[in-house]
Unconditional design. Structure first.
Length: 225
């Protein structure tokens, strides 16, 4: 009998290997496919817990602004003093450092709001109530914040128009609640510290002559608004 040829032997080997692979898969001993062994169930999604917005406390109503009041004190940080007088919808303010900076400002008031202007380029915005005046003032190119208390005479704002060497001059004073004061005397030659004011008598000696200062007060109704 003739022996099987090489080609026949090779084919028989391939068929035998294929049969073994099929048998393995049929009996579960083969390696399953990657797709068959991977779970396809997506993890459950959870919604974030509902949050309750924090409760807000309504801002208490502002006290009604007084029809007439006087305020005086120092700006935040000190170095400059400010006085504000309000009367029946109008206001006057004076800012002074007792050396060379000063500004007079005036304007209207509506519902306790201050909006004052003065030359050169002076502005004041803020609010006032029965206890204090607060806001921002700009004078001589510098801006200051302030919160100053309500005051009663002799504290407050004063001014005068004396003569120095026969020529018209002007002076302004701020008397603080503690009795200290600051002011400027302005003449054609420039500005210098104003002479001491007697706030009770509202008088000062300027260039050797007594001068009566005019109180600027919304509370007492004096001064030109």
């Amino acid at each position: 009998m003739e022996r099987p040829g090489p080609l026949f032997t090779l084919l028989a080997g391939v068929l035998l290997a294929g049969g073994i692979a099929v048998a393995d898969l049929a009996t579960g001993t083969g390696v399953p496919s990657v797709a068959a062994g991977v779970a396809t169930t997506a993890p459950p999604t959870t919604s974030p817990p509902a949050t309750t917005p924090p409760a807000t406390t309504p801002e208490p109503p502002r006290p009604a602004a007084p029809a007439r009041a006087d305020y005086a004190g120092r700006v935040t940080g000190g170095g400059v003093s400010i006085a504000v007088s309000t009367r029946d919808g109008h206001a006057i303010a004076y800012v002074c450092d007792g050396k060379k900076l000063e500004a007079w400002l005036q304007g209207v008031t509506v519902d306790g709001k201050l909006d004052l202007k003065g030359a050169p380029d002076g502005t004041l915005t803020g609010r006032f109530d029965p206890a204090s005046a607060t806001g921002t003032v700009t004078a001589a190119g510098k801006t200051y914040r302030f919160t100053v208390p309500v005051v009663k005479k002799p504290a407050g704002l004063y001014r005068a128009t004396p003569k120095v060497k026969g020529r018209a001059a002007k002076a302004g004073w701020i008397v603080q609640p503690d009795g200290s004061q600051v002011g400027l005397l302005t003449t054609d030659a420039g500005s210098t510290a104003a002479p001491a004011l007697d706030p009770v008598a509202a008088t000062a000696v300027v260039d050797g002559a007594p001068v009566t200062a005019e109180p600027i007060s919304g509370l007492t109704g004096t001064g030109d608004f």
